[in-house]
Design a protein around this ligand. Structure first.
Ligand SMILES: *C/C=C(C)/C=C/C=C(C)/C=C/C1=C(C)CCCC1(C)C
Length: 240
């Protein structure tokens, strides 16, 4: 899109801008929902729901601003996108680790390894995007991919996979498996968006639509998985 033709108002035919709008609304609604539902959860699940609400709340603020950047400049809000991810991805790693420790005996160093890998993934991704068009774009992308694959390795084959059958509730085990799928399948949407966005001449509209979709899945569905576990654990307790 030509930035000189951009208006400060959202053009209904600008489907990328509309996707920013929809995700903004969804993030606000999700934040409210997770926060209110906290009352229905017991014990440590309350904290998990608070973290889920923090993730969507932080994203909502970034989406308001990113939508503005897109509709008034027609450019990718790269810096704000990555500031959002640098805040919310570590929170999700904390969330994942909280649930993991309820069902397995794992060293605290695992948390730091997962956190470090996620930061490497985001920093290399950011450096790649701001250097689009240069020779470092794809090598940096590959380093980011390796960091993500390392996370997948840790949670499926490494220490995090040693789940103790005698520990944790059915709900926490179910939540852990679902979150593993999100980190693998849900997170895969981001590198797909990246490749689609930077292949050939580049396509910033595609990049942003795919990233927006990915955030919808990985922030809201991630929270819903936690909410489902939190409220079903509650129901079990009430029944017993
Ligand atoms: C709420 C935001 C989330 C869950 C963001 C996740 C972002 C990723 C999984 C990004 C992955 C990337 C790679 C695996 C390679 C390098 C490019 C990235 C940063 C898009």
């Amino acid at each position: 899109m030509d930035s000189t033709t951009m208006s400060p108002m959202l053009d209904p035919s600008d489907y990328v801008g509309v996707s920013f709008w929809i995700i903004s609304a969804a993030m606000v609604a999700a934040t409210f929902f997770f926060y209110v539902e906290r009352d229905r959860a017991v014990g440590k699940w309350k904290t998990s729901l608070s973290v889920a609400a923090m993730v969507t709340g932080i994203a909502a603020i970034h989406y308001f601003y990113m939508r503005g950047v897109w509709i008034s400049t027609g450019e990718s809000p790269t810096v704000f996108r990555y500031v959002d991810w640098l805040l919310t991805v570590p929170l999700q790693i904390i969330e994942f680790y909280l649930i993991l420790t309820a069902i397995a005996v794992v060293a605290a160093s695992l948390f730091w390894r997962l956190l470090a890998a996620s930061v490497i993934m985001l920093v290399t991704g950011y450096l790649a995007e701001v250097n689009a068009g240069s020779a470092v774009l794809w090598p940096l992308f590959v380093i980011g991919m390796v960091a993500w694959i390392y996370i997948i390795y840790e949670i499926f084959a490494g220490e995090a996979s040693r789940i103790n059958a005698s520990e944790g509730t059915v709900a926490s085990k179910r939540a852990f498996s679902a979150l593993r799928i999100i980190v693998t399948v849900g997170w895969a949407i981001y590198p797909i968006g990246f490749v689609y966005g930077y292949m050939g001449d580049g396509n910033m509209a595609a990049l942003n639509v795919v990233y927006n979709l990915a955030d919808f899945v990985n922030k809201i569905a991630f929270g819903v998985v936690i909410w489902a576990a939190a409220t079903s654990d509650n129901a079990n307790e009430a029944a017993s």
